[in-house]
Design a binder for this molecule. Structure first.
Ligand code: GDP
Ligand code: MG
Length: 719
């Protein structure tokens, strides 16, 4: 039936002593032919046989640990794979030494050639107490895996069977690839784009692989590229990229590459291999025994997060006060320079109040991002993702979805965009629907303000509780969505476990700064714009008829002072309170006040009043504006220095209590994403219906949870 088909070309690759020749002999029997690879004295063994009527030509490649260009064996093996394009490469892996052997595997996968893994020496592995689940490994790497015992001829038919099947499904073949982290992948993209620009075509190479080799400084590939038109330009780009990687990671690109590959392998083996008796001795492994421990892993993660928020809070306190003082000074200066009136109000209350109110939190934001950068660069975040992956998996979501969720701690917009790494549309949608609960950096200022006002001693703990509530809500919603609107399970995937390393200062600073800069830039653009709009809404229409004639009252206070009836301080306080009440009446009368009043009946059961309603309304535009809007609502007409901070104003307002504050925080945490995030949500989901669902259910949930907090708290007598 198949006799007129061309023979299948199958190559055996693997580390030296993995059992290649043994398996080669098993399969070919006496039918062998020994020659040399052209031009070199390396032995080339070939054999021919038929299996299920299919003619197979088998080649035993030289044993190698890697596919770089360091030795003649490596060059021969990889050139054979690239140039002769065998139909299948059978990768013989010594299962008793699986992590080192899979290093070659990661590179075979990158070549894009169909690979089958033979887990050979599985008898030895078992004796050493290592059991690898070939099904799990196969799912993780997305390639067939067969257990074999070479010298006992076990698994040979299964290997050939898998070969035939793989050839039949060639089009569906899509192996798992090592992800070399953001900056590195950017360099790879830069190079592959240049290949396209300069029309460098590769008959056999994959562009991504060539780019990787250029960054690795592979002599052979450099020679190959140098021969192309515009090749030198590309080599120059690669050199620049190598420089950037080197200065960012403090290591050569080759080291970075191998670290990531081992991380990938380590992650795969942590899932697929169980150790019974075998003693692990690697330092990384020892630390991992604690950090990714099935029981301890989660509390350790929670503790580190708790520490992070407390540090952010305590260390950020002082610099925050300095900036606060600076902003207040600038306001005072403007008040002094500008004639009293609308312009002064716009600049002081609208612009300085709005943008300043956001910039005040820069130290906290920078600290948070610094700690996150440290956790990422040391390799801990990968462990956190690993720990969370187990949970994600149990509740039916792809482990990868924890990555967008982690990014969500920074900002929901990139988090939504990064959900693209999920191939499955359902996984992607579910992830996007819960990203909002991973409290974004813009919400942090609200927490800091409110917690500092109502729980000055325990602010860090309360902030932590809010973040934790967000994560728990996200997980609960995944479970709920998965069992209702989005049914089904998803495929497993490798969480990479890179080796631990001491981060370079440069990389920490860059990572921290990149994100902080986004925050600052937003303050100078979007936030500025929204602040001006909010100022307008809070100023107009202007009230002309007030409840009392505050100007006359102020005049009277001045006269009492002049006649010696009250002290200068008392006079000042009186005037401030008249101005404050007048401003409050003005805001109540304004468009914003009317919106707040409109919202009030809805949020009253949550303990919130119309002023907080305005803040929530503003937060719909951008979460940062919640704080600055509150600044304007509570701070207008302020002169008294002692109670000048917004925090003190809130804490001393008789209308508010810690219970109301917490209800407000819960609402802020959960309610609809900001406008920018909605726009991205719409683009990424491509569905108005999903966007409406997102906005609707998050806000409904926020209302419900805040309701439970406030009414429950009242029942418990906490108000
Ligand atoms: P190569 O260097 O990859 O070609 O490895 P060989 O085929 O020469 O095998 C090296 C040694 O391992 C030989 O002594 C084989 O008999 C032995 N060997 C091969 N497969 C297995 C296996 O599955 N289990 C055990 N215990 N030994 C094996
Ligand atoms: Mg051999």
């Amino acid at each position: 039936m198949h006799h007129n088909q061309r023979p299948l070309v199958v190559a055996l690759a693997g580390n030296p002593n993995s059992g290649k020749t043994t398996i080669f002999n098993n399969l070919t029997g006496a039918n062998q032919h020994v020659g040399n690879y052209p031009g070199v004295t390396v032995e080339k063994k070939e054999g021919n046989f038929t299996f299920q009527g299919r003619h197979i030509r088998l080649i035993d490649l030289p044993g190698t640990y890697s596919l770089s260009a360091y030795s003649i064996e490596e060059i021969i093996a990889r050139n054979f794979i690239i140039e002769d394009r065998p139909d299948v490469v059978i990768d013989i892996v010594d299962a008793s030494n699986i992590e080192r052997n899979l290093y070659l595997t990661t590179q075979l996968l990158e070549l894009g050639i169909p690979v089958i893994i033979a887990l050979n020496m599985s008898d030895m592995a078992r004796n050493r107490g290592m059991i690898t689940d070939e099904k799990v490994l196969s799912q993780l790497l997305a390639v067939p895996v067969v257990q074999t015992v070479g010298h006992k001829r076990q698994g040979m038919d299964e290997l050939l069977q898998a070969t035939i099947e793989l050839v039949g499904n060639k089009d569906a073949y899509e192996p798992a690839l090592v992800n070399y982290n953001k900056e590195f992948e950017e360099e790879l993209n830069r190079l592959t784009q240049q290949f396209e620009e300069h029309r460098i075509a590769f008959d056999n190479y994959r562009p991504r692989w060539v780019a990787l080799k250029l960054l690795e400084d592979d002599a052979e590939i450099k020679k190959y590229i140098a021969r192309q038109t515009n090749g030198p330009k590309i080599i120059e780009t690669a050199e620049e990229g190598r420089g950037r990687i080197e200065s960012l990671f403090g290591d050569s690109p080759a080291t970075v590459i191998s670290d990531r590959r081992y991380g990938f392998i380590s992650g795969a083996c942590s899932e697929a291999t169980t150790l019974t008796a075998h003693h692990r001795h690697d330092v990384s492994d020892k630390i991992d025994m604690a950090l990714i421990h099935p029981i301890l892993g989660l509390p350790i993660f929670a503790f580190l997060m708790w520490l992070m928020f407390n540090l952010t809070f305590t260390l950020g306190e002082k610099p925050m006060e300095w900036i606060e003082a600076g902003v207040a000074g600038l306001s005072d200066l403007m008040i002094a320079i500008l004639p009293e009136g609308l312009l002064s109000s716009l600049i002081v209350d609208g612009i300085i109040g709005g943008v300043g109110g956001v910039i005040v939190f820069l130290p906290n934001i920078m600290l948070l991002f610094l700690v996150i950068a440290i956790l990422e660069d040391t390799g801990y975040m990968a462990r956190a993702a690993f720990v969370m992956d187990r949970i994600m998996h149990k509740i039916g979501l792809h482990g990868k979805s924890f990555i967008p969720m982690l990014i969500g701690f920074g900002c929901t917009v990139p988090a939504l965009m990064s959900s693209r790494i999920l191939e499955d549309k359902t996984d992607r949608l579910v992830t996007m629907h819960v990203t909002n609960f991973m409290s974004c950096g813009a919400r942090l200022p609200v927490y800091i303000l409110i917690c500092g006002a109502f729980w000055p001693q325990h602010a860090g703990n309360v902030v932590f509780s809010i973040y934790a509530l967000g994560v728990i809500t996200a997980i609960a919603m995944i479970k709920l969505l998965r069992s209702t609107r989005f049914k089904g399970m998803s495929a497993p995937f490798i969480m990479e476990l890179p080796p631990y390393r001491v981060p370079t200062l440069r990389s920490l600073v860059i990572h921290m700064w990149e994100r902080s800069w986004l925050y600052l830039r937003k303050a100078g653009t979007i936030i500025l714009g929204i602040s001006i709009i909010m100022w307008f809404l809070m100023t107009f229409p202007m009230k002309s008829e007030f409840d009392k004639d505050y100007d006359a009252l102020a005049e009277a206070a001045t006269q009492s002072y002049q006649s010696g009836q009250i002290t200068a301080k008392e006079q000042e306080q009186l005037i401030a309170s008249y101005e404050g009440t007048k401003a409050a009446e003005n805001i109540e009368h304004s468009f914003a006040g009317r919106i707040g009043k409109l919202i009030e009946p809805i949020i009253q059961p949550l303990g919130l009043d119309w002023r907080l309603g305005i803040a929530l309304f503003a937060g719909f535009a951008a979460k940062e504006v919640v704080v600055s809007t509150m600044g304007t609502i509570y701070g207008v007409g302020e002169v008294d220095e002692e109670s000048s901070s917004l925090r003190q104003k809130l804490a001393s307002d008789p209308k508010y209590s810690p219970l109301i504050a917490y209800s407000f925080l819960v609402f802020i945490l959960l309610y609809m994403p900001c406008m920018a995030a909605m726009a991205v949500f719409l683009r990424e989901s491509g569905s108005v219906r999903e966007l409406l669902f997102q906005v609707g259910y998050t806000t409904a949930l926020a209302w419900f949870m805040a309701f439970v907090v406030f009414q429950g708290g009242k029942l418990l007598g906490l108000d």
